[in-house]
Design a protein around this ligand. Structure first.
Ligand SMILES: Nc1ncnc2c1ncn2[C@@H]1O[C@H](COP(=O)(O)OP(=O)(O)O)[C@@H](O)[C@H]1O
Ligand SMILES: O=P(O)(O)OC[C@H]1O[C@](O)(COP(=O)(O)O)[C@@H](O)[C@@H]1O
Ligand SMILES: [Mg+2]
Length: 459
């Protein structure tokens, strides 16, 4: 999908009439390598070849609006009520974002009323709309030291009109939705319902996902803390596998559709022999298949370490009739429940190695929630705070139906609809995956799989 400048424009509620608390400090600021001035824009693309391909004049080149404070704002801070909600799966840094929003709103803009809606978008339903937490700087003072979210989170669908009713009834002027692809989609529908009613409510998204699968953001907050934690598990399994006869270490990590956690954690641990991700299908059997490669590793090196994303190899269940590992249906938000690729690999590798006389010592870990429930590390803490600042500035200046994101090191406004227009995935031809191949020395592909029953069936 080719994007044009107009696709990247962010909606505004109206003219900015109030002086911002940042007016004075902004009066002399200009764009520099470290600052993008109000009114300047950040390029969508960043190579000479991509830019020359358009041959567009500079003012028509696709670009994002720069985030940051404005000299004039739309809302009168004295009369603003802000709402905050966290949705979907946990991610390190949720509390840091909440704290950053509350501090910026209260300390600089002097907003007096900030409501935290409880347990995700469920908190905006008629049943729960009055069960809010009053958020003050005192209330959020220490929350960033813990993982999770003080507001709680949830999955499951809600009616957009019912949620708008809640915002109206609670007098909310600005809603901050901290969520993943589902949350951004819900925020988009919510914004549309607000617009249909002609209401003056700003909706600003703060993209959240440990899978790093949201587009138009360099890397999502909490991702670094999560993959750092995952790295510990890879290192443990590597030690175990190396110390055991025919050791096989397997670590299954989160990542439904995108193998970023698996790739980054494997690079950080620098001890994996094989990385398997959803973006690159692989075959189990055959001379070039995964099982043959595992066998060769165990024969030559004495052990093997495999890191896999939970969404890898999902086609194998059907292909090999292994229905016992297959996922079933969808979760409350409509996300497909995945088959258990970790168990499938554990059992098929055990069967294969045993059959060829290399009975393995299997060390399989699925750290699951342990990687996303941790507190944000120092890097993510800074990132979360800066995203929160950008989100408050965007909202106070009347931007709406937009998310704040860091794109090519700059903080920008991204139209909400774009956040769900595509999925960020590891590019098999990109330099991240090349680094993984350079590090593991694994072949670019395992397969193709011959349909000749070479797979050792597991019971
Ligand atoms: N297509 C959709 N339309 C409306 N709401 C959605 C949609 N997808 C998800 N949501 C809502 O967004 C919230 C969070 O979605 P979910 O997929 O669970 O997590 P995440 O935001 O982390 O991706 C849920 O409450 C869900 O109902
Ligand atoms: O929290 P649940 O429902 O068990 O879902 C687990 C899934 O959540 C994720 O952490 C991603 O969640 P989000 O889409 O909510 O960010 C996946 O990595 C994982 O598969
Ligand atoms: Mg999601």
């Amino acid at each position: 999908m080719t994007l044009h400048l107009d696709d990247l424009r962010v909606r505004r509620l109206g003219e900015c009439r109030y002086d911002s608390p940042f007016s004075e400090v902004l009066s002399t600021k200009q764009t520099s390598p470290h600052y993008v001035a109000e009114g300047d824009r950040v390029l969508l693309e960043d190579t000479v070849s991509m830019l020359t391909e358009h041959s567009l004049p500079p003012d028509r080149v696709p670009s994002f609006e720069a985030a940051g404070p404005r000299r004039k704002i739309y809302f009168d801070p004295a009369n603003v009520t802000a709402g905050i909600v966290t949705c979907g799966g946990l991610c390190p840094g949720l509390n840091n974002v909440i704290r950053g929003l509350v501090q910026e709103l209260s300390v600089h803009y002097k907003v007096k009323r900030i409501l935290g809606f409880r347990n995700g978008l469920k908190g905006l339903t008629a049943e729960h709309r009055n069960d809010t937490i009053e958020l003050t700087p005192d209330r959020v003072r220490d929350i960033h030291n813990a993982g999770g979210t003080i507001l709680g989170s949830s999955r499951g669908g809600q009616d957009a009109d019912e949620m708008v009713d809640s915002l109206v009834m609670r007098g909310v002027d600005i809603l901050f939705v901290i969520g993943g692809d589902g949350g951004m989609r819900a925020a988009t529908f919510l914004s549309k319902a607000i617009r249909m009613r002609g209401l003056d409510i700003a909706v600003i998204g703060v993209p959240k996902t440990i899978d790093n699968d949201l587009p138009f953001t360099d890397q999502s907050f909490g991702f670094q803390s999560a993959f750092a934690r995952a790295t510990d598990f890879i290192s443990s399994v590597s030690v175990e596998a190396a110390a055991s006869p025919n050791g096989v270490g397997i670590v299954k990590l989160m990542g439904r559709h995108s193998g970023f956690i698996a790739s980054y954690a494997a690079l950080a641990a620098n001890s994996a022999d094989i990385v398997l991700i959803p973006e690159i299908p692989f075959a189990l059997g055959g001379a070039d298949g995964l099982l043959a490669h595992v066998e060769q590793h165990v024969r030559s090196k004495g052990f093997v370490v495999i890191v896999l994303a939970e969404g890898a190899g999902q086609d194998l269940f059907e292909k090999h009739g292994l229905h016992q590992y297959n996922g079933r249906g969808t979760d409350a938000s409509g996300n497909v429940k995945l088959g258990n690729i970790g168990e499938l690999l554990k059992e098929s590798i055990t069967a294969h190695l045993t059959a060829v006389g290399l009975a393995p010592s299997m060390r399989y870990i699925d750290p699951s929630y342990a990687i996303r429930s941790v507190a944000a590390n120092a890097y993510d803490s800074v990132y979360c705070l800066r995203l929160a600042h950008a989100a408050v500035h965007a909202a106070m200046s009347g931007r709406t139906e937009a998310a704040v994101a860091r794109w090519r090191r700059r903080f920008v406004h991204v139209p909400l609809s774009l956040m769900t227009s595509r999925r960020n995935q590891v590019d098999p031809d990109g330099d991240l995956w090349m680094s993984v191949l350079e590090t593991t020395c694994q072949p670019a592909r395992f397969g193709p799989a011959p349909d000749r029953g070479e797979l050792h069936r597991v019971s």
